[in-house]
Ligand binder design. Structure first.
Ligand SMILES: NC(=O)C1=CN([C@@H]2O[C@H](COP(=O)(O)OP(=O)(O)OC[C@H]3O[C@@H](n4cnc5c(N)ncnc54)[C@H](O)[C@@H]3O)[C@@H](O)[C@H]2O)[C@@H](O)CC1
Ligand SMILES: [K+]
Length: 619
């Protein structure tokens, strides 16, 4: 399975270095980057002529990109002003070369060195249409220091206040006060003044806004172009202050409406909290070799078309025993719902037969709620949890099925935990281990290494932290998932906003579907049910985990569209699963595939990256 690639900042640096070593001058890459960003602006906000742009440049190559942008915008009739943090002296070679070129065009940037320079900046920010953030790119990994920090704070503050003013856009630029934004045909925008990009975005349509869409607003209805409030804050490569490796906020970071990133999206743009600063993301190809990208990157984004392709079609003459048999080991008194939700989502995801092994006293509840499953009553402990004595029954049943799900609602009874460990050691099967299944291993993760079958763990950060005995902060999720997966030899599905799916020693996928409404009780049980169901039908646990996470998020997105994110409950996710499958399985461009979850788009020519990502992101 290949799909759109994602880079850490360090991967991107390595690619830049090798591209330059391979004979492409760094100045050429800088030129392509800056020119590419302006092409994106032209497509989204045309006509650019007569608009006002303010470009804030840092002292590294990101600032050099900003100077290239100044030149290209000027040539398109934009009124350009630029600032250079720290002044014009002592720049590195490439930004210095571009400084010379803008100066020859009469566009010399002003220096920002002291606090008193900030007042002028403030006034400028208030009156422009575009604010281009070229302060820091992928070269920043430490807390932002000095005047740069104050510049970022000033920009965020002025933009925030301006937008908080009445009639959105509040105090508009002179042009806007007299002239409403116009669409591509030159017609006044029906949304009135104060918005940019409205209706200008035909090439990108349909776009849906991902939750990372910061300040960008969408019109009601699916597939409409987003509209951008004024000034549009556009970040070059990554919002300054976000660590491109991991999405950490380095003290302070620009809040962008649009990030135009080069080569491939940086992981820091997709991972929270950085993701909340990115706005809409566009990728510009600057002509690096595809082989290089393949060599340097092991991170991908989930995408509808790949998911659709990887789902097995059912044969016309399928028999229920042939389309996936599953054993769910779940539930305890008071937690029967976990067993019901996971078994139901496994059935709705296409498994032919679902056996549910639950403590005997729980069975009546489970079988009343879900008549389609085959309930198996098991011996139980006095507290109503599954007793160790269930071991041989479960082993016998386990040998008959294609895959198992062990964990939802099992409780933390020590006998049940022993049962879980013995199941893992006793069956050479694909086993999805969730919730209390994971809690059973906190003192004995080595069992995962010894287990003869393939194990897929689906922890949320708290469960993973308990399992491995150390905290899992957001900025370390990728690193820790990779380590856990490699050390324990398991597929790790680390849940949360932008769930990560990692295979031992190999690829990681970042999932872009889903919304905050899915942080609701039982949502994880539903996910575990989908994944085990796909595994039973597929025999490819990694592809199943990736697809399962995508479909779960998509079902949640479909539910949120109709119910609102706040009101989603776990059973709604199951109700919207058929729609998610339908959308993933329908060919790109067909009516059923109306929704494009990630707002990552591509600019540039018909290059490999456009094809690759556009295909995979269906954008
Ligand atoms: N290397 C290349 O070949 C290319 C680089 N490009 C651009 O260059 C960017 C990377 O450039 P650089 O590696 O020069 O790095 P950046 O421009 O991202 O930032 C480095 C600069 O920031 C300052 N700085 C670093 N840490 C700081 C801190 N904690 N507080 C305050 N100031 C700090 C330093 O002055 C340093 O020169 C990319 O994001 C991209 O925009 C593009 O032009 C495409 C080609
Ligand atoms: K930037």
């Amino acid at each position: 399975m290949i799909a759109g690639r994602v880079l850490t900042g360090r991967d991107a640096e390595a690619i830049d270095r090798q591209t330059i070593a391979g004979g492409v001058p760094s100045l050429v890459l800088m030129e392509r980057a800056g020119a590419g960003l302006v092409r994106v602006m032209e497509r989204k906000f045309k006509p650019l002529y007569g608009k006002k742009a303010l470009i804030i440049c840092g002292r590294g190559n990101n600032g050099g990109d900003g100077l290239v942008i100044a030149r290209h915008l000027f040539l398109r009739g934009v009124q350009v002003k630029s600032y250079l943090i720290g002044g014009q002296e002592g720049l590195k070679a490439d930004p210095a070369a571009n400084l010379d070129r803008v100066k020859r065009m009469g566009l010399s940037p002003r220096g920002i060195k002291e606090d008193h320079d900030l007042q002028e900046l403030k006034e400028e920010v208030e009156s422009v249409d575009f604010l281009i953030d070229a302060i820091f790119g992928i070269g920043l990994h430490d807390e932002v220091r000095g005047i740069a920090r104050k510049v970022i704070e000033t920009i965020n503050d002025v933009v925030f206040k301006k937008r908080a003013e009445p009639a959105h856009g509040g105090q508009q630029s002179t042009r806007q006060r007299h002239e409403p934004a116009r669409d591509v045909a030159g017609k006044p925008d029906p949304r009135g003044p104060g918005y940019l990009g409205a209706g200008c975005d035909g090439g990108d349509s349909p776009i849906s806004l991902s939750p990372m869409g910061g300040n960008v607003r969408a019109l009601p209805g699916r597939g409409r172009s987003p509209i951008f409030p004024s000034p549009v804050v556009i970040s070059v490569d990554i919002p300054s202050g976000v660590d491109s490796d991991n999405g950490r906020i380095l003290g302070v970071a620009i809040k962008a409406d649009l990030t135009v990133t080069f080569v491939a999206p940086k992981f820091g743009l997709l991972n929270y909290p950085g993701a909340a600063h990115a706005g809409q993301i566009e990728v510009v190809d600057i002509g690096v070799d595809e082989a290089l990208l393949e060599r340097e990157s092991r991170i991908f984004v989930t995408s509808a078309s790949r998911i659709g392709e990887s789902l097995v079609r059912r044969q016309e003459d399928a028999h229920k025993g042939e389309v996936g048999r599953i054993l769910v080991v779940a539930g305890s008194v008071g937690m029967s719902g976990a067993a019901i939700l996971s078994a139901k989502s496994a059935l709705v995801s296409g498994a032919g037969l679902v056996y549910v092994a639950v403590p005997g006293s729980v069975l009546p509840i489970v079988s009343t709620a879900l008549v389609e499953m085959v309930g198996i009553p098991m011996p139980e402990n006095p507290d109503g949890s599954l007793a160790y004595e269930a071991y041989y029954r479960i082993l016998d049943l386990g040998r008959e099925v294609d895959a198992l799900l062990v964990g939802p609602g099992l409780s933390q009874n020590s006998g049940t935990q022993r049962l879980v460990r013995e199941i893992l050691l006793g069956l050479e099967k694909d086993i999805v281990l969730d919730a209390d299944g994971l809690n059973a291993l906190t003192q004995s993760t080595s069992i995962l290494k010894e287990a003869p079958g393939r194990v897929i763990i689906t922890p949320h950060p708290g469960e993973l932290s308990r399992l491995i005995g150390r905290p899992v902060p957001k900025e370390k999720r990728l690193e820790i998932s990779r380590e856990t997966s490699a050390e324990l030899g398991v597929i790790c599905v680390l849940k949360g906003a932008r769930t990560l799916i990692t295979e031992p020693g190999g690829r990681s996928f970042v999932n872009l579907t889903g919304n905050s409404g899915m942080a609701t009780a039982g949502s994880g049980d539903v996910l575990a049910g989908i994944i085990v169901s796909l595994i039973a039908q597929h025999n490819d646990p990694f592809a199943s985990a990736v697809s399962g996470v995508y479909l779960h998020g998509l079902a949640g997105d479909l539910a949120a569209e109709e119910l609102g994110a706040r009101s989603i409950i776990a059973s709604d996710i199951i109700r919207y699963l058929p729609g998610a499958f339908e959308e993933a399985e329908s060919p790109p461009g067909s009516d059923t595939r109306r929704r494009v979850p990630p707002s990552i788009l591509l600019a540039g020519n018909t290059m490999w990256l456009r094809q690759l990502l556009a295909r995979n992101l269906d954008a």
